[in-house]
Design a binder for this molecule. Structure first.
Ligand SMILES: NC(=O)c1ccc[n+]([C@@H]2O[C@H](COP(=O)([O-])OP(=O)(O)OC[C@H]3O[C@@H](n4cnc5c(N)ncnc54)[C@H](OP(=O)(O)O)[C@@H]3O)[C@@H](O)[C@H]2O)c1
Length: 302
């Protein structure tokens, strides 16, 4: 089968579309014929070698953790899914013609394969981050760096839970943020003053998805333990905020299924900003690395 791999750490140019043996599912896994794969910042961070100490790769390495497709092999002990079912979920080396999924949910007909491929990491991370704050309906939070995949999912789960959101993004992103019920403002100098004007009664918590400005978020909230970052590895030790980096949810398929249900009800969507053919996986990662994504970038496989 064709798959995107790389054999050394480096820039997007190290990615190659190669012929490689097909994978087969172990117990508890399924294999899909991949229709689309979601692009996440972790993909290019791993490729660039940012985590070579903590998570050294074995080369050649594949890319991608999110995908949608049609089940074509079912591992031992798997129930509730059959060959031919349309699913989306998380696995490994998903930018390939066939990929193994470890966690998945059925894809409703109303949800496209492209859009579904953008759900898994975004919805797992969004609900994990919100879950750390024990928020109640009626509270107001700040979501910093809100226009990307995780941010866009977070705005919608917050809205579902009756939580009001002030969201940061560049001016060009404000319509996107508003369309998900958030009140937008720009980041950069003056952030604290602008947010205070929007939330004169204060905020209960802040989520940092940008990996920057954590001291500003603490100043706004007044209590570092009510600030969660998923993007600044040093902030928990440096400032006493909560970090969530590798403590993934135990049953992410439940949240994938919830997102699919919400989509069917017309109250959850993930705009796909751009799709790339598998031959252009390096261009997709380059675009993600530029850091200006709205919603999701998707690699179309078939
Ligand atoms: N810890 C975890 O488990 C986990 C899981 C998933 C993702 N992450 C990390 O979380 C971050 C967000 O992930 P993602 O998938 O949402 O990324 P993404 O889709 O690439 O979106 C990134 C967003 O950040 C905004 N942004 C960039 N610089 C900013 C700044 N200085 N201040 C505010 N916003 C800024 C960009 O919008 P503008 O155009 O408005 O700048 C863009 O919409 C990444 O660093 C990713 O690696 C961590």
């Amino acid at each position: 089968m064709k798959a995107v791999q790389f054999s050394e750490y480096g820039g997007p140019e190290v990615l190659r579309l190669v012929e490689t043996p097909e994978p087969h599912p172990a117990a508890g896994q399924v294999r899909i014929a991949v229709r689309a794969a979601g692009v996440n910042p972790i993909d290019w961070k791993l490729r660039a070698g940012y985590f070579r100490e903590q998570m050294p790769l074995t080369f050649p390495s594949g890319i991608g953790f999110d995908a949608s497709g049609v089940v074509d092999e079912v591992g031992e002990g798997v129930t509730g899914v059959s060959v031919g079912d349309a699913v989306f979920g998380q696995g490994i080396n998903t930018v390939a013609q066939h990929a193994i999924l470890t966690n998945w949910a059925h894809k409703p007909d109303s949800l496209s394969f492209d859009e579904a491929a953008g759900y898994p990491t975004a919805v797992e991370t969004a609900t994990r981050a919100l879950g750390l704050l024990n928020l109640k309906s009626g509270e107001t939070i700040l979501v910093h760096g809100a226009a990307g995949g995780v941010g866009t999912a977070t705005l919608q789960f917050a809205h579902q839970r009756g939580i009001a959101v002030i969201a940061t993004g560049r001016e060009a992103k404000h319509q996107h943020l508003r369309s998900f019920g958030a009140r937008p403002t720009t980041y950069g100098p003056g952030l604290v003053e602008r947010v205070k004007l929007l939330a004169p009664n204060g905020l209960s918590a802040a989520l940092d998805f940008a990996g920057s400005d954590v001291p500003d978020l603490i100043e706004l909230i007044g209590d570092p333990s009510r600030v969660v970052t998923i993007a600044d590895f040093h902030a928990p030790q440096k400032y006493g905020v909560q970090g969530s980096f590798t403590e993934f949810q135990k049953n992410p398929e439940l949240i994938f299924a919830e997102a699919a249900l919400l989509h069917s009800k017309g109250v959850f969507r993930m705009p796909v900003e751009e799709t790339f053919p598998i031959e252009k996986a390096s261009a997709a990662q380059k675009r993600s690395e530029a850091g200006r994504v709205t919603g999701k970038l998707i690699i179309k496989v078939t």
